[in-house]
Design a binder for this molecule. Structure first.
Ligand code: CMP
Length: 140
């Protein structure tokens, strides 16, 4: 087990419903520490780059538009096995399949409007964190 960092995004559906604090409470009640955080409006270019892995999926354009529909909160979370701990806390991408008590089960509206994003691997975490934060903005 090792201390890891992961990128979290609180997405537009949650921001629009004023759920930032409620989601932060669930994060802080797990063993994750928020070591960087900012509220930003993604540019179209940023959203397309961030989700480039999904560029051939039928939902790609809609996903990009959704991510531009309001500001988002981007965060770096740190802790023991932070990547898998946060993925477990988020729950399944599809909220109808997410376990009770997970962020997506409690708050998500649909498979697209699923309230939060978390990196899915150590490599993804490194790339995604670097997209939004410089080293001196991350204070552990
Ligand atoms: P996220 O964990 O941010 O990673 C990719 C995102 O694509 C996912 O959350 C959802 O918001 C979205 N997504 C995944 N599958 C679908 C789908 N079948 N239809 C619409 N959006 C999806």
């Amino acid at each position: 087990m090792a201390i890891e960092r992961t990128l979290s995004i609180i997405k537009p559906d949650a921001i629009k419903r004023n759920l930032t604090g409620a989601i932060i409470t669930l994060i802080e009640n797990s063993d994750l520490h928020i070591v960087a955080q900012k509220r930003i409006r993604l540019t179209k270019e940023q959203a397309k780059t961030f989700y480039a892995f999904h560029k051939d999926r039928p939902f790609f354009d809609e996903l990009v538009d959704f991510m531009l529909s309001s500001p988002v909160v981007v965060q770096v979370l740190e802790g023991e096995s932070a990547i898998s701990v946060y993925r477990n806390l988020m729950g399944d991408t599809d909220p109808t399949r997410a376990a009770d008590g997970t962020i997506r089960k409690v708050f998500a509206k649909s498979i697209e409007e699923n309230s939060v994003h978390g990196s899915d691997s150590a490599i993804a975490a490194r790339v995604e964190i670097a997209q939004f934060f410089s080293d001196n903005e991350i204070v552990g």
